[in-house]
Design a protein around this ligand. Structure first.
Ligand code: ADP
Length: 489
């Protein structure tokens, strides 16, 4: 492949282009009218506008994107994550246009894109599953029967679900009907498919996922786990690798089960098999994501492999140059998703202009971003500004590095999840590794961030006062003040 179009925007488009650039492959960016000046557009060798700001009219316009790719002589399309990355029809149309889709087959995307079809596909492979039913349910009385059998609390889930949407916890039978109607209508409006099913709600699980990689020569490997239990609204905010609770034995068992899940759909390329795990280290298959994950950098840092490079090499037909036994976990990596969200206000998206944006730099710090100072945060897309990733020889050192990096990160103009990251990295439950997906509900109070802000302001004021006392003699106020300053004071 000589020229690859990246059917995405922001940090992931840039991150993909960086690897392609290093591999000597030309890059084509797509952009909506809202992203005309974005860094991913400027970094690319060529760039093409695909429509107005709303994603439905631009980044989701598969036909337009393929048309532009053909016009520009592109021979591969990388979909990134989100947008069209898990759209089987798009993958098929790309292939039919004579362009390589950098990802799995449309069939694999289709099977794993439906949580129910995925359960069906892995059924014969003896993979532990969350107790529940494996078919859609529409009748409330039937749902009540199933729930009684499984035992409350239960979770109603959208089969086509993603992004935590269409998911409802039901504690007791009296709430079932209402929650079921809500889940159905949410699934219908978000995914155009109202099928829902029922799972046992695991009360205090951890979310642990396995990165898999499959080449076209029959080799499927796993690249160990990522711990993604620090979530809000069932969505990840802090991820790390390796997990602090897995034993080598459980790691190996989960790894091989993930490989089996990938084999169940003849997987090709990079994918992620998600599991829930309880405090006794019993794990259950949740779903498979058939694309690069947001949190893939932590795996890259502990394995030393560039996942985007391998996606391209696999798509080119190359075989792995290593075996499972050659892979090793080295050190510890942590990722904080820096969202333009207000942790003091229920993590609601915050919009505005980035008046200040200075990312931290230094050994063991990686920032994957797509913004710079002066840019407006478009309301049309996901509010993630950057991924702050740290790497060190062990977990405490990676956490210390994260705290240092958060302190160096300067963002003004919008509220972000940076102070939340600080809260997590200082919390005893996180430090000891004793946490689950309820971390935010259990431990986080907005006042904790206000308290940190207040203490830091106090320390800053004391330092300033101390400095002033020590330097009183040397301080001279300017004796000439320019008229410009005076007029603008
Ligand atoms: P989505 O595809 O919408 O992201 P997932 O099935 O991947 O949905 O689940 C997202 C998160 O929801 C999980 O990481 C976990 O926190 C929670 N979750 C999902 N299923 C269960 C369950 N059966 N019991 C408890 N929590 C669950």
């Amino acid at each position: 492949m000589q020229k690859i179009l990246i059917a995405n925007r922001g940090e992931i488009a840039l991150r993909i282009m960086r690897s392609l650039h290093r591999m000597g492959i030309r890059t084509v960016a797509i952009y909506s009218e809202a992203d005309r000046e974005s860094p991913h557009v400027r970094f690319a060798d060529e760039a093409v506008c695909v429509g107005p700001p709303p994603s439905a009219q631009s980044y989701l316009q598969g036909k337009t994107i393929i048309q532009k790719a053909k016009e520009l002589g592109v021979d591969g399309i990388h979909p990134g994550y989100g947008f069209l990355s898990e759209n089987a029809a798009f993958a098929k149309a790309v292939t039919e246009a004579g362009i390589t889709f950098i990802g799995p087959s449309p069939t694999a995307i289709e099977i794993m894109g439906s949580k129910l079809a995925a359960k069906e596909a892995v059924k014969t492979y003896d993979i532990p599953m969350v107790p529940g039913i494996d078919e859609a349910v529409t009748d409330v009385n039937k749902a009540k029967e199933i729930a009684a059998e499984i035992g409350y609390p239960i979770l109603i889930k959208a089969s086509a679900g993603g992004g935590g949407k269409g998911m409802r916890v039901v504690e007791k039978v009296a709430d079932l009907e209402e929650q079921m109607q809500r889940a159905i209508s949410e699934a219908q409006s978000a995914f155009g498919d109202g099928s829902v099913f029922i799972e046992k709600y695991i009360s205090s699980p951890r979310h642990i996922e396995i990165q898999v990689l499959a080449d076209s020569h029959g080799n499927t490997l796993h690249l160990f786990e990522r711990e993604c239990s620090i979530q809000r609204r069932h969505q990840k905010v802090v991820e790390e690798a390796p997990s602090s609770i897995l034993t080598p034995k459980v790691r190996e068992a989960m790894g091989w089960d993930a490989v089996k899940v990938a084999q169940a759909c003849n997987y090709l390329g990079a994918g992620t098999v998600e599991f829930l795990i309880d405090s006794d280290l019993n794990y259950y298959f949740l779903e498979m994501n058939t694309r690069l994950q947001v949190e893939h950098p932590v795996t890259e840092l502990i394995t030393g492999l560039d996942l985007v490079e391998w996606q391209v090499r696999i798509a080119r037909g190359e075989a792995f140059s290593f075996r499972q036994e050659d892979l090793q976990i080295r050190g510890h990596a942590l990722e904080l998703r820096v969202y333009a969200e207000d942790p003091l206000n229920n993590f609601l998206p915050d919009i505005g202009k980035l008046s200040v944006y200075e990312a931290p730099k230094g050994p063991g710090i990686r920032v994957d971003d797509g913004y710079q100072a002066g840019m407006d945060i478009p309301i049309y897309y996901d509010p993630m500004l950057a991924k702050l990733i740290t790497y060190a020889e062990n977990r405490p050192a990676a956490i210390a590095r994260m705290l240092d990096a958060i302190e160096q990160f300067r963002i003004d103009g919008v509220r972000t999840t940076l102070p939340f990251g600080q809260f997590v990295c200082r919390h005893p439950a996180f430090l000891s590794g004793d946490f689950d997906t309820n971390f935010v509900k259990k431990h986080f109070r907005p006042e904790a961030i206000e308290e940190i802000d207040r203490k830091e302001a106090e320390v800053a004021a004391l330092l300033a006062l101390h400095w002033f006392e020590n330097n009183r003699e040397q301080i001279q106020l300017p004796n000439t003040v320019s008229s410009e300053w005076w007029n603008n004071r």
